[in-house]
Design a protein around this ligand. Structure first.
Ligand SMILES: [Zn+2]
Length: 391
């Protein structure tokens, strides 16, 4: 009964927010984190393979390691952005029953079984080790707490700083370092709480295939993914009732700050404005940076700051300033933290940068990117996105 009442309250708040067009004055981002997520140990080897070939003196940590997140934590605690950050107490792990809103019981059973048996390699580079399952449940629970916090009206901008990441996890399988789809669970929670339209903007360098798949059949969720056009998750098929509500923006290698800004203003923003969401979920990955070992997209802090600002303005105009930010990839241990800092500066819509870029020097040539973005824009306007006014 209490749960029913709670959902009703959230429903009301979703409606109230959607009917308001007032600009948001939020100046704080509430961060959700739990130290238990550090206990997902992905091991070491040749990059993300977990393999020791025997002829290397120095093996490296798996790119999705706890160091990257420890630096993200510390930069938010001790960087110049710290006065704009509020820390939420640790959340409880997700309940198994909560996972069924996005994942199939068979898949969840297979993860429980793998954990019970001491761990398992689920697919390439994706290791469920002792401690991993609890971290995954904490990541899902932390993200659910953050969306609930927004829906209850306690804050407009929340950031779920979570690992293991989630956006490759599909309803039926693990993929790309991901077990549970944290953002997908939050989106479904928002829908179940009465939100009619949720927009997901994913700027991790990889295609957010798991999140997209979870909502392929839905016209209530607009999933947008800007990503490197690298083919690993190449199935960009639009299908079902959700046709036109899965917007893929595969960008050429080296797209850079100007190219991303162009994609955001020419493709992403018009789609979001047409969709007019009640809730925004901003899925961030710093593996789109110029120095990431897993990406070639060459964003710098300035680019991330600009993307954050555009997302904030869209959230202000359509969602009464409400945006859930969910952490995904980002593997360069130093620069990922700096780019996170810049992204959140953008979301805060601060009038000037708080932190200068210590290493940006990569030359940019946006001509190829702009040509590709124009062709994506043309495709979506003429074929894929009926709500954008195409035929
Ligand atoms: Zn990624």
């Amino acid at each position: 009964m209490a749960d029913h009442k709670q959902k009703q309250q959230e429903h009301h708040q979703c409606k109230a927010a959607s009917s308001s067009s007032s600009s948001s004055s939020s100046t704080i981002i509430v961060v959700f984190w739990d130290d238990g997520m550090l206990h997902h140990n992905t091991g070491e080897g040749v990059f993300d393979t977990g393999i020791n070939p025997g002829f290397l003196d120095v093996l490296e940590k798996h790119p999705e390691n706890s160091d990257r997140v420890r630096n993200m934590l510390s930069i938010l605690k001790r960087g110049p952005i710290s006065p704009f950050i509020s820390w939420h107490p640790p959340s409880t792990p997700a309940l198994i029953s909560q996972l069924y809103s996005f994942h199939t019981p068979e898949y969840i059973d297979s993860l429980l079984e793998a954990d019970k048996n001491g761990g398992k390699t689920l697919c390439s580079g994706t290791f469920l080790n002792p401690g991993s399952w609890n971290a995954a449940l904490l990541a899902a629970g932390t993200t659910l707490s953050a969306i609930r916090y927004i829906l209850h009206g306690h804050a407009k901008m929340c950031y779920a700083l979570v690992r293991p990441p989630g956006h490759h996890a599909q309803p039926t399988q693990a993929d790309g370092y991901c077990f549970l789809n944290n953002a997908g669970l939050a989106v479904q929670y928002a829908l179940d709480s009465g939100c009619n339209k949720v927009a997901v903007i994913d700027v991790d360098v990889h295609y957010g295939n798991g999140t997209a798949e979870g909502f392929y059949q839905s016209d209530k969720v607009l999933t947008i993914s800007l990503h490197m056009n690298h083919g690993s998750w190449g199935n960009l098929i639009l299908k079902g009732a959700g046709f036109g509500f899965n917007l893929n923006v595969p960008l050429p290698n080296g797209t850079g700050d100007k190219g991303y800004k162009y994609a955001m203003t020419e493709v992403v923003a018009p789609a979001v404005r047409k969709f007019d969401p009640e809730m925004m979920v901003f899925v961030i990955g710093q593996d789109s940076s110029a120095f990431d070992p897993n990406g070639r997209q060459c964003l710098t802090m300035e680019g991330y700051r600009g993307i954050g600002q555009i997302v904030r303005n869209l959230a202000d105009d359509h969602c009464n300033g409400r945006v859930l930010i969910v952490q995904e990839g980002g593997y360069q241990v130093t620069y990922s933290a700096y780019c996170l800092h810049a992204t959140l500066e953008g979301v805060l819509n601060l009038p000037f940068p708080l932190l200068s870029d210590p290493i940006a020097y990569y030359p940019e040539d946006d001509a190829i990117a702009i040509k590709a973005i124009e062709s994506i824009k043309h495709y979506h306007q003429t074929q894929a996105i009926s709500f954008l006014g195409g035929t």
